[in-house]
Design a protein around this ligand. Structure first.
Ligand SMILES: C[S@@+](CC[C@H](N)C(=O)[O-])C[C@H]1O[C@@H](n2cnc3c(N)ncnc32)[C@H](O)[C@@H]1O
Length: 212
């Protein structure tokens, strides 16, 4: 598989063109299905209104992932029950664990302000894990959303820990919903090869600007 590239396109269509068992790790942060516009300038996320997008993508993810490998899937408490039900019934992934990402800082809003996100650990076969200190609560600040960045930009430190836990140098890591390319950038910094797929041209350019 040719790596170190951001592909502009629909990840389901792009993955359908990829061979079976061709990537060593998938880390991804799909649209959560919140159907909201983010921030003062109301940035819209493509497919955010469509929770089924994750399901179709997961089927292709399973096929392209090598045996004995993991998928780290960001989600939130609203989407989590539907997603796990789908995974158990309609995919061959084993749900290994649920990691809570606790943020030092909390988001805007009122009543119950957001301070955590969830990360499902899915397995194809029996993957190995490298780190001895990877707990199921990860603490890390979130990235503040501003006019310039992606509203869902994920912290490089958090992603780097996942990469180190579940891959070796030169492994190929796929992010089918790569947004501004945080997973790709973390791979570049840790000596992994990477493939990012993104539907929205604005974010393709943003990702390329951060990495290439
Ligand atoms: C939650 S964001 C990911 C943000 C990313 N983690 C970052 O650090 O910038 C999800 C991304 O998936 C993209 N997307 C939605 N549908 C897609 C599809 N069918 N194929 C590829 N990308 C898609 C959206 O445009 C959005 O940028």
């Amino acid at each position: 598989m040719e790596a170190n590239k951001i592909i502009h396109g629909d990840c389901i269509e792009v993955m359908r063109e990829m061979p079976n068992n061709c990537v060593d790790l998938i880390i991804t942060d799909p649209p959560y299905g919140d159907n909201v516009a983010y921030g003062l300038n109301k940035k819209v996320i493509k497919n955010n209104e469509n929770p089924l997008i994750n399901c179709s993508a997961l089927v292709e993810c399973y096929r392209v992932l090598k045996k004995n490998s993991s998928l780290y899937l960001f989600t939130n408490w609203k989407h989590y029950p539907f997603l796990t039900e789908f995974i158990v019934r309609y995919t061959k992934f084993n749900i290994r664990h649920l990691v809570v990402w606790k943020k030092h800082n909390f988001g805007l809003g009122w009543a119950f302000r957001h301070q955590y996100e969830l990360i499902l650990i899915l397995e194809k076969g029996k993957p190995k894990y490298n780190l001895k200190d990877f707990s199921d609560v990860q603490t890390c600040s979130h990235i503040n959303h501003n006019k310039e960045n992606h509203p869902h930009e994920k912290p490089i430190d958090l992603i780097t820990k996942m990469i180190l836990h579940s891959s070796k140098e030169n492994s190929v890591v796929l992010d089918p919903f790569c947004g501004s390319g945080s997973v790709c950038l973390a791979c570049q910094q840790t000596g992994r090869r990477w493939i990012g797929i993104e539907l929205d041209e604005r974010y393709v350019e943003m990702a390329k600007g951060r990495i290439i």
